[in-house]
Design a protein around this ligand. Structure first.
Ligand code: ADP
Ligand code: MG
Length: 605
């Protein structure tokens, strides 16, 4: 007897199930998509034991008659396409006609469905892909599918199931995504008695967002809508302060289909640019609309990934549209009350308690903890560096601890300038304070200057650079020499002029203005080292790294005393930058306390 045989239907379906049905959440996804395709207005999902024991999806959609219901549990039975050409035009979520058969092959499934409540409906029981019973039942219009003992007959798959909380979290993510994509459909997800998702299906996007996310998140979202060639993008974006350490708050839809895409995430994050520190990811709800012929949806068995005909164009379009929305909603309204610096990005100096030596009587220094955390007071966590220490003491600093300040100067608040009709004050030679749009705004002079310089360097006009009266001779190591030979053009483009001097030395003809010679040399060498850096640093574009470094090193430091004119110029220049409220590393340049918040603090409200 030959070795090759035809596989039987049950085995084929079990193999297919391996592709489509990975875990309870994939079952939920397929069943919910079918309900959406059937025109349901209300979809309810019930889980028992994280879906391991039972997954039930009930919809009020079109239902199926007896004949269709029997066909539906067969492989490649679909009502949605007739031939391959239809695939491209397909506007339904399903089209392969294998989900129900695959699920039925690896579970005990009961399908109850009715087209018209006046006519008896159909109930089919399938076990491991084999139909056990078909009967006529009275049932409401719609479909009710329950999937029990998932993977009972495929022990290898069963082993891969995760803990109940993990499976529940996955299902919740799927249902949340679907609910966000279909605000006109009501979704309800229950795990045992726990209601995890409930949207009302009013069709209103903002209401749906409010039914899914907390008020704290919702108030930081703003709409985006724009077009770029054939691409249309709508949705909601989060302000930087609700960014997270992972991409769990990103939802993408293409022509109303939920999908995943590194490209879309990368484009959006590129648009946020320096609004966010490294490794912080924004809240994104993105609906893309593209003519179907520019997309290929049939690349993934569960259709979670898509292929764009012109990936680069879509990438550019997303950046363009999101940037515009950010410019209109974030960068031009920088004085948001209660700006919360992203957790973990603030460095040690932001975590210290509020202390204002000299400003208040000593007793106030030991303010009770709750005073610091009172509503809106996050913004008050400004900690002055001691007057004579440039950067506040970093715990892991290799340098010896700073000497105590000789005389504890009382912290001065000095009115320095009438600029734009507003007085500007300096505090601790580190912060600039003024009144603006019903708020007390505080700017960190170093971060602000860093932002200004960064924008100038990046725009390709190296201001702040000058030719020296006396050129500097700088000795280089072999590695540095090599770097300069390979990547010297990048430095020239940023305003550094140099030439070989024989041996391992070079002559440096230009560099930053108003910079002590020793520091110029040091900065130049740091730039060379940065250029020659290996490892993780390499992932960031070298020009970007140089620009950040130059901006940081040339910016005024905390503790540098600014003249009134300098302070006014700093604020004026900061306002003209594209992203005034964060420094190039994504840390805030400014915080604000609104008049309302002050009134609350003083119990006037
Ligand atoms: P596909 O969705 O790819 O067509 P499925 O195996 O998921 O394949 O479903 C097979 C067919 O069963 C569908 O094409 C549809 O006609 C029918 N069907 C499945 N679920 C439902 C439902 N909830 N309501 C109405 N019809 C359904
Ligand atoms: Mg389907």
């Amino acid at each position: 007897m030959g070795k090759i045989i035809h596989l039987d239907e049950v085995t084929i379906n079990q193999i297919a199930a391996g592709e489509v049905v990975e875990r309870p959440s994939s079952v939920v996804k397929e069943l919910v998509e079918n309900a959406i395709d059937a025109g349901a207005k209300k979809i309810e999902i019930y889980l028992t034991n994280g879906g391991r024991q039972k997954i039930q999806v009930v919809d009020d959609g079109s239902g199926m008659d007896r004949e269709d219901a029997l066909l539906a549990v067969e492989r490649h039975a679909t009502s949605k396409i007739r031939e391959f050409q239809d695939l491209q035009k397909s506007s339904t979520l399903g089209f392969r006609g294998e989900a129900l058969a695959s699920i039925a092959a690896v579970s005990r499934m009961t399908l109850q469905t009715a087209v018209d409540p006046a006519v008896p409906g159909t109930k089919i029981r399938v076990e491991g892909g084999i139909i056990q019973a078909v009967e006529a039942v009275g049932a409401p219009r719609g479909t009710n599918i329950s999937v029990e003992n998932l993977f009972f007959n495929t022990p290898a798959r069963l082993k891969f199931m995760r803990s109940i909380p993990s499976e529940v979290a996955h299902v919740k993510e799927i249902v949340t995504s679907m609910a966000l994509g279909y605000p006109e459909i009501s979704f309800r997800l229950l795990h045992q008695e726990m209601k995890l998702v409930h949207t009302l299906g009013t069709g209103d996007y903002e209401q749906t967002l409010e039914q899914i996310f907390s008020p704290a998140i919702c108030q930081e979202l703003f709409p985006v809508a724009g077009e770029y060639g054939p691409i249309r993008l709508t949705g909601f974006l989060g302000r930087p302060n609700i960014a997270r350490g992972n991409r769990g708050q990103q939802y993408f839809f293409l022509n109303r289909r939920f999908f995943r895409s590194r490209m879309v995430a990368a484009a959006a994050e590129r648009a946020y640019d320096t609004l966010l520190p490294v490794a912080r990811f924004p809240f994104l709800l993105i609906n893309l609309e593209l003519p179907p012929e520019l997309v290929d949806i049939n690349v993934h068995p569960t259709k979670m990934e898509v292929k764009f005909r012109d990936e680069k164009e879509v990438f550019r379009g997303i950046i363009h549209i999101i940037r515009e929305a950010l410019e209109a909603n974030v960068t031009t309204t920088p004085w948001r009350p209660s700006y919360k610096p992203p957790a973990g990005s603030g460095g040690s100096d932001q975590k210290q308690p509020f202390k204002a030596p000299g400003l208040f009587p000593a007793k106030v220094e030991e303010a009770p903890a709750e005073m610091e955390t009172a509503a809106g007071m996050e913004t008050a966590e400004i900690t002055p560096a001691p007057a004579n220490v440039k950067e506040s003491t970093v715990p892991f600093s290799a340098e010896p601890p700073p000497e105590p300040p000789p005389v504890e100067e009382p912290a001065t608040i000095t009115a320095v300038q009438e600029g734009d009709g507003a007085r500007i004050f300096t505090l601790f030679d580190t912060y600039l304070l003024w009144e603006d749009a019903e708020a007390l705004v505080m700017v960190d002079q170093h971060a602000a200057h860093e932002r200004i310089l960064y924008d100038r360097f990046r725009s390709g006009t190296p201001t702040n650079m000058q030719y020296f009266l006396a050129p500097l001779t700088v000795e280089l190591t072999q590695a540095q020499l090599q770097t300069i030979q390979e990547e010297g053009e990048l430095l020239r483009a940023l305003g550094w002029d140099f030439e070989a001097f024989g041996g391992e030395a070079i002559i440096l003809r230009s560099g930053p203005q108003d910079f002590p010679a020793a520091e110029v040399e040091d900065l130049f060498l740091s730039l060379l080292n940065e250029l020659g850096a290996t490892g993780e640093a390499r992932q960031v574009d070298p020009k970007e790294r140089l620009v950040r470094l130059m901006a940081c090193r040339q910016a005024v430091k905390a503790g540098d005393r600014l003249s009134p004119q300098e302070a006014a110029a700093l604020i004026r220049d900061l306002r003209q930058t594209k992203v005034p409220q964060t420094c190039p590393h994504g840390r805030p340049t400014m915080v604000a306390i609104t008049k309302t918040e002050l009134e609350k603090m003083f119990k006037r409200r």
